[in-house]
Design a binder for this molecule. Structure first.
Ligand code: SAM
Length: 372
């Protein structure tokens, strides 16, 4: 394939455009050694936002004042197609990626999502292991979709749920959807044969902290791992304040008051959730202290936005446009080298630096677009 592009340096500001010439990147490089960023972190995980739309309007993520009827979501032509996602996924695998998480927005709103899973499920890591494919959903459409997702080859499912009472759920999600709808979705996933289901609860001070213990109680003895997540300052629209964060240690203390707990070893090095189990054998929970104990030093995660921009940090403000070269006929070598160079230049560690006023960037992208 001949390319008629110009070469541009891949700096944080540089973006491919219609006139970009990638010929110098059109060479096969050997990526069998672990690809490391500027802080010696490997590229292992890729989160893909498959849609920027959502059927909830959680105040901390997509507040209705901003995401109302007048908000313009990405038009269909701007979204990466399933073919494009699969092609990029294969290239990320070549660079050492081992796990993909499909997210959004609400991934179950993406028409035919199970067909994307079917395409990704057979992929293998560079050392011949099956690629881990996971999906994060708010569960609203899960009862309808669970079996199709399982049949398509999905193994891991994370369901977000911030409380058990309709009053709390309505307040946070800014909809009238009943908690029972999400719980039915989780049940449907279990019946469909999903073994690895996690439920994620974001805890916000004064909003749903009273749901911590009821949630723990509900999911004990179910085999489902409940994980509590500190409220983060993603994007620009959620009005984040440190006072709104309930620290993971406080969450644990509240549960331990009711149910004695014991700490567990991590499943693997770099696991973001701290693992705990109920001393009486009631199962496992996790806490993700993304604010109070930032884990940037171990972050091996890249993110692909709905329209195909590569972000190296959840708190980034600028991403590398991959869709343009993809649609302009760039070869696999060009795309792989673009991604690799971008990763090698990575040195962000936003969460560890967030206390410095200089890193509070007014242009941070929103989670629904970059992929939560
Ligand atoms: N719609 C899907 C869902 O609800 O799981 C996937 C996308 S959502 C953005 C992914 C996760 O990010 C959800 O668990 C959500 O609660 C979490 N999230 C969104 N904004 C957050 C914030 N500011 N702090 C912590 N977690 C957040």
């Amino acid at each position: 394939m001949t390319n008629t592009f110009r070469i541009i340096p891949v700096t944080s500001a540089a973006q491919p455009d219609a006139a970009t010439d990638y010929r110098a990147l059109d060479v096969e490089r050997d990526y069998s050694d672990t690809l490391l960023d500027g802080l010696q972190r490997p590229l292992r995980d890729l989160r893909i936002s498959v849609t920027d739309r959502c059927n909830l309007r959680c105040s901390y993520c997509m507040p209705r004042e901003i995401y109302d009827e007048s908000h313009t979501f990405l038009p269909r032509a701007e979204l990466l197609t399933f073919e494009e996602i699969e092609r990029l996924a294969r290239l990320f695998v070549r660079l050492g990626m081992r796990k993909i998480r499909l997210t959004g927005g609400e991934p179950l709103l993406r028409h035919g999502i199970e067909q994307l899973i079917e395409r990704l499920a057979p992929l293998q890591t560079a050392d011949g292991q099956p690629l881990e494919i996971a999906l994060t959903t708010n569960g609203v459409l899960l009862a309808r979709k669970a079996l199709a997702l399982k049949n398509a080859g999905l193994r891991r499912l994370n369901v977000s749920l911030d409380g058990l009472s309709d009053a709390t759920f309505h307040r946070i999600s800014d909809t009238n959807i009943a908690v029972a709808t999400v719980l039915e979705g989780i049940e449907a996933a279990r019946s469909a044969g999903f073994e690895q289901i996690k439920v994620n609860m974001v805890v916000k001070r004064g909003v749903n902290e009273h749901e911590i213990v009821p949630m723990a109680e509900y999911f004990r003895h179910t085999g489902i791992v409940l994980r509590f997540i500190e409220f983060m300052d993603v994007g620009r629209t959620n009005g984040w304040r440190m006072d709104d964060v309930v620290p993971a240690q406080e969450i644990l203390a509240r549960i331990a008051e009711r149910f004695p707990m014991e700490q567990l070893d991590p499943n693997y090095s770099g696991e973001v959730a701290e693992r705990w189990r109920y001393a009486d054998g009631g199962g496992e929970i996790g806490v993700i202290a993304s604010v109070t104990q930032a884990f940037c030093h171990e972050c091996s995660r890249a993110r692909l936005s709905t329209d195909g921009k590569l972000y190296n940090c959840l708190f980034a403000s600028d991403g590398l446009r991959l869709r343009d070269p993809l649609r302009q006929g760039a070869t696999d070598n060009v795309l792989a080298n673009l991604i690799a160079e971008r990763w090698q230049q990575r040195n962000d560690r936003y969460s560890q630096l967030r206390h410095l006023a200089t890193v509070r960037d007014a242009t941070k992208v929103e989670m629904s677009y970059i992929g939560g």
